[in-house]
Ligand binder design. Structure first.
Ligand code: AMP
Ligand code: ZN
Length: 466
C-alpha cells in the first residue's frame, strides 16, 4: 500500500507521491513568535513531525521549509507596548519555540526561515503582482484585488463571487464572511517598524511572506503545504491567490490541515484561562513524551480534547511500552522460534504500516502495537516466547519508535527536576513490587548517572544530589 493523504483542495484522500523524483518539497506555516507556543500550536507541529517522519519511513527525502513569522500585527502591538525593538522581542520567543521543538523531539525542518529576512523577495513578488494587474494602491498601501483571481475560494470551498468589489481589509486575520481585498503592503504608520519599497515605506501583510519564501526555496509548485485548520482561510486561500497569479502554475499539490486541540471540550482561549504551554505541563510533573503521545493518539483530522487525566493515561501507556521493551531486552528465553509469535509480529507491522499509510491513522497504528504487546506479554508469562522471536519484536518496536519517538527517557538538559526524580522513584518502587528488578535497577542507574543518590530506608526512599 502507498501513502494517501486527505487533500483540502479536492476534499478527497489521494495517493501521494512527489512530483519530481524522490524528494518531497514541503512547506509548513510556522509560529508567530509573540508568545510561548501553546499545546494547540504544538498539536499542529506534532502533526508536521509525524508527516515528516512517515514520509522518511517510506523512503522519501525531504526538503521541508518552515517559516518564522517575526513581523505581524500582534508582534508590533506587543513590542511597542513594552517599548522594546521588535527583533529583540521576537528573538526571545523564537528561542523558546526552538527549545520547545527540541523538547518535543520534533525533527528540524531542513530550512527554518524568518519573514524579516525575506522582505526583498516579498517586494519582488508584490511588484510581479502589480505588473500583472492583480493589485491596486490606496493611501500608500497595496491591496490584492480578489475579484481578479477567478479561482479565489477554491481551497476553502466558498463562493466569494457576490462580495462587494473594492472593499478591503488591513487586518492579517479575518473570517470567511468578512472576505475583502487583502493587504500586501501596509503603508508606514507612526512609530511602527518599516522598510523602504518602490511603492513606499511600510511593512508586508502577513500572507505574502509564505508565498515568497515557499517559492524561493521550493519552486513554483510544492508537493505539500501544511498548517492548522484555522489557516485554510484566509491565509492559505490568499497564498494561493498570490502565488498562482504570479507564476501561472498551481502553488501546492496537497494541502493538509491539522484539526484543533480543545481543552475540557472548550476552545483554548486566554479569556477562559485554559491555555497550557509545554512548560506549564512539565512544571506540573508531566513529561514531554506524554504530551507527544497524547497529541499523536488521535488522527490529525479529528478534534482532540485535552485533559490532564488523558495526559496521565498517555504516561501509563508509555511506561507499559518501556517496561515491555526492557522485558524483551533482558528476559531469559529458550532457544527456537515460536511461529505463532512470528506471525503476530508480521501482522502487527503490516497493520501499523497500513494504518499510517491511510492518511496517518495514528490511532490504529498505536492499537496494532498495543495489541501485539498485550498478546506477547501473556506469551512471555507462559514461557512460550522464544529467543528467535526477540530480535523481530525489538525491530517492530524500533520501527514504531522511529515515528512515535516516546520510548527513550527525557533528561531535562542533563539534569532531572525534583518532580521527574520523584516520578522515577515511584516507578522504581512499583517495579520492585511487581518484581521487575531489571527495570528498578535501570532507574537507579539512570538516577545515578544524573547525579542522584538513592537511599532505601525503613521509612521509604530518600534521595540527594551528589
Ligand atoms: P500561530 O503561532 O498562531 O501562527 O499558530 C501556529 C500554528 O498552530 C498554526 O498552524 C495554527 O493553525 C495552529 N493552531 C493554532 N491554534 C491551534 C489549536 N487550538 N489546535 C491546533 N492547532 C492550532
Ligand atoms: Zn503561512
Amino acid at each position: 500500500m502507498a501513502l494517501s493523504l486527505f487533500n483540502t483542495l479536492s476534499l478527497k484522500v489521494e495517493p501521494f507521491t512527489p512530483s519530481d523524483g524522490n524528494t518531497v518539497r514541503m512547506y509548513s506555516c510556522g509560529p508567530t513568535v509573540y508568545n510561548y507556543a501553546h499545546i494547540g500550536n504544538l498539536r499542529t507541529f506534532t502533526f508536521n513531525d509525524t508527516l515528516r517522519r512517515w514520509l522518511r519511513y517510506r523512503g522519501f527525502v525531504l526538503n521541508h521549509v518552515m517559516n518564522i513569522t517575526d513581523v505581524e500585527d500582534k508582534i508590533i502591538r506587543k513590542s511597542m507596548e513594552l517599548g522594546i525593538p521588535m527583533g529583540e522581542y521576537t528573538s526571545k520567543y523564537e528561542k523558546y519555540f526552538l527549545e520547545d521543538m527540541a523538547t518535543m523531539r520534533f525533527e528540524k525542518p531542513e530550512q527554518i526561515v524568518r519573514a524579516t529576512e525575506h522582505i526583498h523577495e516579498m517586494v519582488d513578488l508584490i511588484e510581479t503582482l502589480q505588473s500583472k494587474g492583480f493589485t491596486y494602491d490606496s493611501d500608500g498601501s497595496v491591496y490584492y484585488r480578489i475579484s481578479k483571481f477567478a479561482e479565489y475560494g477554491k481551497l476553502s470551498h466558498h463562493d466569494f463571487s457576490g462580495i462587494q468589489a473594492g472593499a478591503r481589509v488591513d487586518n492579517d486575520e479575518y473570517e470567511k464572511d468578512n472576505a475583502r481585498d487583502f493587504v500586501l503592503w501596509k503603508a508606514r504608520k507612526g512609530e511602527e517598524p518599516y522598510w523602504d519599497a518602490p511603492f513606499g515605506a511600510g511593512r508586508p501583510g502577513w500572507h505574502i511572506e509564505c508565498s515568497a519564501m515557499a517559492m524561493k526555496y521550493l519552486g513554483d509548485t510544492l508537493d505539500i503545504h501544511t498548517g492548522g485548520v484555522d489557516l485554510a482561510f484566509p491565509h492559505h486561500e490568499n497564498e494561493i491567490a498570490q502565488s498562482e497569479a504570479a507564476s501561472g502554475k498551481p502553488f501546492a499539490r496537497f494541502w493538509v490541515h491539522c484539526e484543533h486541540l480543545h481543552v475540557d471540550m472548550q476552545k483554548m482561549s486566554k479569556s477562559i484561562g485554559n491555555i497550557f504551554t509545554l512548560r506549564d505541563l512539565v512544571e506540573l510533573g508531566h513529561t514531554p513524551e506524554a504530551l507527544r503521545l497524547l497529541l499523536m493518539s488521535v488522527p490529525y483530522r479529528k478534534k482532540l480534547n485535552f485533559t490532564l487525566d488523558s495526559l496521565k493515561g498517555s504516561q501509563t501507556s508509555i511506561d507499559r511500552l518501556r517496561n515491555y521493551k526492557l522485558r524483551l531486552e533482558t528476559a531469559k528465553l529458550e532457544e527456537g522460534t515460536n511461529e505463532e509469535i512470528s506471525k503476530l509480529c508480521d501482522l502487527a507491522l503490516e497493520k501499523f504500516e497500513a494504518s499510517m499509510d491511510d492518511d496517518l491513522n495514528t490511532a490504529e497504528a498505536l492499537a496494532a502495537i498495543f495489541e501485539f504487546v498485550r498478546e506477547t506479554n501473556s506469551l512471555l508469562d507462559e514461557d512460550r516466547f522464544l529467543e528467535g522471536n526477540r530480535a523481530p519484536a525489538l525491530e517492530l518496536l524500533a520501527r514504531f519508535d522511529s515515528v512515535f519517538d516516546i520510548l527513550k527517557l527525557t533528561e531535562v538538559e542533563g539534569k532531572l527536576g525534583d518532580d521527574a526524580i520523584e516520578a522515577l522513584i515511584a516507578e522504581r518502587s512499583s517495579a520492585k513490587k511487581t518484581k521487575q528488578f531489571a527495570r528498578a535497577d535501570e532507574i537507579r542507574n539512570q538516577l545515578l548517572d544524573a547525579g542522584i543518590i538513592l537511599e532505601d530506608t525503613k521509612d521509604g526512599v530518600r534521595w540527594k544530589r551528589k
